[in-house]
Design a protein around this ligand. Structure first.
Ligand SMILES: Cc1cc2nc3c(=O)[nH]c(=O)nc-3n(C[C@H](O)[C@H](O)[C@H](O)COP(=O)(O)OP(=O)(O)OC[C@H]3O[C@@H](n4cnc5c(N)ncnc54)[C@H](O)[C@@H]3O)c2cc1C
Length: 457
């Protein structure tokens, strides 16, 4: 095990080589200059954007050779942005973490049609920065990514089309993105209508039938952003059974949304909330607020997922009954969340499946089972793991004609690779071939890796 001070210094050398050669006008460019010569001013500029534990030196410094050698010495490294990765492979990592958070520049181009982003930006700051200037985000059309040796590769559909294919679905296996450019759209500042229902278990079967009609097996009109369901304990409503929350998001006026929601009004909800909100807080409405409890660090999660096309009423009922049975045994697990997400997916279907590494364009619904613990040796972890397995099995049993699939951002890490990256054999073959070309030593192997990491440190 190497002393910490060595790792801290090494991490800067790696950041320098990853950040070299960028065209962005802010801190990344300051780091680039250090590659040529590190003078006092540059050191001062760098000090404002990097960790106080780091040491700054350039190629003429006696330390340079030793520190850039760390790459050759096979020390694992790993980019950390918001640190929300939950998949088990991340827990295997020991080595140098590259903190991306200082790379937070956002620059709207003078054409007001595109914007540049540095590689450490996160959703909340992107949404707010753009919204404050009258814009919302669109699709990424170019990435600048770094190969393991720090070389920059500009990736779009014309430049490195093979990586362009791979990065849309499996990008974390191929490099560290130091910047990207995206289309942006003017926000017309209209409001979004959000209606949130709380139901008792007795309404569940009729509710799921209505939700299936509403979602239309992947045909939901994109004026609806989607509808999202949650089973969890709300002890102000019931001490013994989970409350079912179902939230509907509409891009437009309340009066236009109301007719489609009438069937849900008639299902005897326990309570209903309605709000009209701007774009920038929609995420908060579905529990994704940046400071929300979901994002709390240093928790242990027992996760499970199974993608669906439509809801099987029997399976959703069985999962609900199982939830109540488990809570009767261990009421302290009442924060457990069974979450289902039905987005409007016409846009997802409009892309040809073979055109990207994302293999799951037929999966209309995402699911997420999550039991959260304060420590990794909680005595109820085995109990929660069994519950997770039973829940995922029920979801999959409800669609026996489909093979189990798992959205890579929700995968827990134990799912077959095919479930995450696609069952057609050519997909994993193509990804592995690209790995041998762009990352032959498998340095990017810590997040749902295509090729397992070598952990014999
Ligand atoms: C409570 C919760 C809710 C979530 N909700 C959603 C959701 O609604 N939709 C969704 O899609 N996902 C969701 N996720 C999953 C989340 O998007 C993924 O875990 C995502 O990878 C987290 O990114 P991060 O930057 O926070 O994590 P990190 O742990 O910092 O990074 C995740 C992975 O990306 C790599 N990485 C980070 N930055 C870069 C970079 N610049 N270049 C290359 N690789 C990089 C890291 O090395 C790591 O492998 C949720 C996760 C949690 C915990």
């Amino acid at each position: 095990m190497r002393p910490l001070s060595f790792l801290a210094v090494s991490s800067l050398a790696l950041i320098q080589s990853f950040a070299a050669g960028l065209t962005l006008p802010s801190s990344e460019a300051q780091i680039r200059r250090t590659r040529r010569s590190v003078n006092a001013q540059t050191q001062q500029e760098l000090a404002s954007v990097i960790s106080s534990n780091s040491t700054i030196f350039g190629p003429t410094d006696a330390n340079w050779a030793n520190e850039t050698e760390s790459n050759n010495h096979n020390i694992p490294f790993y980019a950390v942005s918001r640190g929300h990765a939950l998949t088990t492979s991340v827990g295997l990592f020991k080595g140098i973490e590259i903190d991306m958070r200082s790379l937070d520049g956002i620059h709207i181009n003078s054409n007001s049609v595109t914007a540049q982003f540095q590689g450490g930006v996160y959703s909340d700051e992107v949404i707010n920065t753009l919204w404050n200037q009258g814009f919302v985000t669109g699709n990424v059309y170019v990435w600048t990514t770094r190969k393991p040796n720090g070389t920059a590769v500009r990736v779009n559909e014309n430049s490195h089309p093979d990586l362009w294919w791979a990065m849309r679905g499996a990008g974390h296996n191929f490099g560290i993105v130091t910047s990207f450019e995206s289309k942006i759209w003017p926000d017309n500042f209209k409001t979004y209508f959000v209606k949130s229902y709380q139901f008792a278990g007795s309404s569940l079967d009729a509710l799921i039938e209505q939700v299936n009609k509403f979602q239309g097996n992947g045909t939901l009109d994109p004026t609806w952003l989607g509808s999202f369901g949650l089973y969890t304990m709300n002890t102000t409503l019931s001490q013994t059974e989970a409350t079912i929350t179902w939230i509907f998001l509409y891009d437009g006026a309340q009066v236009d949304a109301e007719p489609a929601l009438k069937p849900f009004d008639q299902l005897r909800p326990l309570s209903v909330d309605e709000v009209n909100v701007p774009y920038k807080v929609i995420n908060d409405q579905i529990g994704g607020a940046v400071n929300g409890s979901l994002c709390e660090p240093n928790k242990t999660h027992i996760l499970g997922t199974a993608n669906l096309q439509t809801y099987n009423v029997t399976a959703m009922r069985a999962i609900y009954d199982l939830y109540n049975q488990k809570i009767s045994q261990h009421p302290e697990l009442g924060g457990t969340r069974v979450l289902v997400e039905g987005y409007a997916v016409q846009g997802v279907h409009s892309f040809k499946s073979d055109d990207s590494a994302f293999p799951l364009r037929d999966d209309n619904i995402l699911t997420y089972f999550d039991v959260r613990f304060d420590s990794s040796d909680d005595p109820l972890i085995d109990f929660a793991t069994e519950w997770r397995n039973q829940t995922v099995d029920l979801w999959n049993a409800g669609q026996p004609e489909r093979k189990p699939t798992a959205y890579v951002n929700y995968a827990a890490g134990y799912e077959p690779l095919e479930a995450r990256y696609g069952y057609e054999p050519w997909r994993l073959e193509r990804l592995r071939k690209l790995k041998s070309q762009y990352d032959p030593n498998n340095r990017f192997a810590w997040y749902n890796p295509i090729i397992p990491p070598n952990t014999g440190y």
